[in-house]
Design a binder for this molecule. Structure first.
Ligand SMILES: Cc1cc2nc3c(=O)[nH]c(=O)nc-3n(C[C@H](O)[C@H](O)[C@H](O)COP(=O)(O)OP(=O)(O)OC[C@H]3O[C@@H](n4cnc5c(N)ncnc54)[C@H](O)[C@@H]3O)c2cc1C
Length: 568
């Protein structure tokens, strides 16, 4: 099946006399995208006295509303409540290892020393948190637990370098709690008086002749019928729904058709600035093919973690006025092994039969290691009895854990799991080196017998001795392997203001970017919590800077007016 290109962003509209344009609406700050980053920017700009108009192509919420609602912060009052001691400096040390140099060290430090305040800010605005901690290794905390190790803090190789602490703060709600995060910040935006416009797609930026961004042109669905049809298509793109790739592409094409059929063009003026908070580009196959070709080719076997609005349009809008992109070939690529816990008794090997990663590492790094260290092909080798126990654990899992165990179970049952009574026989069936596998298992068992540390730092260990044996396919292209992906690249921004910058580092006046549309904290390394945190950090930064610019321009205009009055 081929699909029409999904993302159409037009070249900017350049106007000579902004005051002569027939603007439909105007605001000091115009925010494009009403996910987490956009609404944080909007609320911040309102608090600083600016008028704010927030626009969304669909009904708002974006990936944020689908998310797990995990926010990453250290030395918080919720950690204290849960009996956890932590320090911002240790968080900074840890994040330097994880997030590398996606942002400058001073920017990372600023985030680490302010994340607790951002969390307080969210709580003040109605997003609830609690300190009930869950200290075991898990991909997501069980019901009733709201604080956990969301990264690799407590994993060998990390915990020696930075004192570990659980810093993943989960919004208090049942199940995947991103919906409650969005509900809180969305209600705060309404209370703050943010004007909100839905079913309006920003098609292009408007600039003056100096290249300053002064507004946007939208294609807005104004009829209730058109909006209902449009919303129905958006609901068809559910990020965690398996085998939905073609369904999602159809919905995307249909949403475009509806926009074409019902959309009305309008010009919106931004007196201080336009903030692009449009999310990533998971659902833009053109960008995927260009920047992440392996994933673009195998999009049908991916779980694209984003909303229908993750269409790369913010990045294209930025590029259309000279902005520059970075880290577009980087992504979060996750494979879940645990829960169910029992699978951790296996070892993960590549086609040479060798281990290449600590199987207990964060899901995102596990998937990335499979992509990078194993050329996309990996098998989990374990005893049949462990696999049976794992299946049982999948059935026994609570509602939230089932989000992870469900796909794992499907892979076990339908993902061409191989079985053999001997390890060489199993290796041959999988197309991996029998001698390599034999050695890997022998080394693994010997280390356990001698009580020696695992060379990869794994803690959950069980010898793989008694056949029959099983091999679970964890390759990227495996249809049942469910590789979860989030794109991490975006527009380069000035780290003080969030202004979109050109390749030479100069700022594009009046244009800002935040959240996954921009290069942020997690452009190199993502784990649960850092994207929502980055949305607050970069969203508030852009909201503040755009608001300040609106104030400066307003003051300048008032001064000019009084001077003109005095002269007259
Ligand atoms: C299942 C799942 C679980 C996750 N769990 C977590 C977690 O627990 N913690 C964490 O940190 N991260 C998590 N993530 C990632 C995180 O949700 C996203 O990276 C983050 O929410 C992105 O926020 P954003 O504000 O940048 O974009 P979004 O929330 O995606 O919002 C972008 C908005 O922009 C709109 N838009 C796009 N283009 C246009 C346009 N041209 N005109 C108008 N509007 C437009 C879209 O419709 C959308 O509403 C998860 C993601 C998923 C899918």
């Amino acid at each position: 099946m081929t699909y029409a290109p999904q993302t159409i962003v037009e070249p900017p509209l350049v106007v000579e006399h902004p005051d002569a344009v027939d603007w439909t609406a105007s605001a000091d700050v115009v925010v494009v995208g009403q996910g987490g980053a956009g609404l944080c920017a909007a609320v911040e700009a309102r608090a600083l006295g600016s008028s704010v108009l927030a626009i969304d192509r669909f009904g708002g919420g974006g990936s944020t509303a689908f998310s797990g609602g995990i926010f990453y912060a250290g030395e918080t009052r919720w950690q204290k409540e849960g009996g956890v001691s932590d320090s911002k400096e240790e968080m900074y040390k840890y994040l330097q290892i994880e997030l590398k140099d996606a942002v400058k060290p001073e920017t990372l430090k600023k985030y680490c020393y302010g994340a607790d305040k951002d969390l307080e800010w969210l709580a003040e605005h109605g997003v609830p948190f609690r300190g009930d901690a869950y200290l075991e290794k898990t991909a997501y905390p069980p019901e009733g637990k709201f604080l956990y190790y969301s990264g690799n803090e407590n994993v060998t190789g990390y915990k020696e370098k930075a004192k570990p602490a659980p810093r993943g703060h989960r919004v208090v709600a049942k199940g995947f709690s991103g919906y409650a995060y969005y509900a809180g910040i969305s209600a705060a935006a309404d209370r703050a008086g943010v004007q909100r416009m839905m079913h309006a797609r920003v098609m292009r930026l408007v600039t003056d002749t100096l290249g300053q961004v002064i507004g946007v042109e939208i294609l807005r669905i104004e009829s209730a019928k058109g909006q209902a049809e449009h919303a129905r298509e958006a609901r068809r793109v559910i990020p965690l729904k398996p085998f939905n790739a073609d369904g999602a592409q159809k919905a995307i094409a249909e949403a475009r058709r509806i926009e074409g059929a019902y959309g009305v063009r309008r010009l919106i003026r931004a007196r201080g600035g336009v903030i692009l908070a449009t999310g990533g580009f998971n659902y833009d196959l053109e960008y995927m093919a260009k920047h992440l070709p392996i994933y673009g080719r195998n999009y049908r076997s991916l779980i694209r973690m984003g909303s229908i609005g993750c269409d790369g349009s913010g990045m294209r809008l930025g590029e259309s006025v000279g902005g520059t992109l970075a880290y577009m070939d980087n992504l979060y690529s996750a494979k879940v092994l645990s829960p169910p816990k029992e699978l951790l008794n296996g070892i993960l090997v590549n086609t040479a039969g060798s281990r290449f990663v600590n199987e207990e590492i964060y899901t995102g790094y596990l998937g990335r290691a499979i992509g990078r260290e194993a050329d996309g092909q990996a098998w989990l080798i374990l005893e049949r009895k462990s696999l049976r126990k794992a299946i049982l654990q999948c059935f026994q899992a609570g509602w939230t854990a089932r989000l992870f165990t469900g796909p794992v179970l499907l892979n076990i049952l339908f993902g061409k799991t191989k079985g053999a009574s001997t390890l060489p026989g199993l290796a041959r069936k999988c197309g991996i080196s029998p001698s390599g596998l034999g050695k890997a298992v022998e080394d693994y068992n010997r280390a356990i017998a001698q009580n020696a540390p695992d060379p990869w730092g794994k803690k959950t260990r069980h010898p793989i001795k008694r056949g029959p044996f099983r091999a679970l396919d964890l390759s990227i292209k495996g249809k049942f392997g469910f590789t979860m992906v989030i794109t991490l690249g975006g527009l380069r921004v000035n780290e003080e203001t969030g202004n979109v910058i050109r390749p030479d580092g100069s700022v594009i006046d009046g244009l800002y970017a935040a959240g996954r549309a921009a290069v942020g904290l997690c452009a190199i390394g993502y784990f649960s919590g850092v994207s929502l945190s980055d949305g607050v950090f970069s969203g508030r930064r852009a909201g503040e800077a755009a608001s300040a610019r609106a104030g400066r321009l307003h003051d300048r205009a008032s001064d000019a007016k009084s001077a003109a009055t005095r002269t007259a």
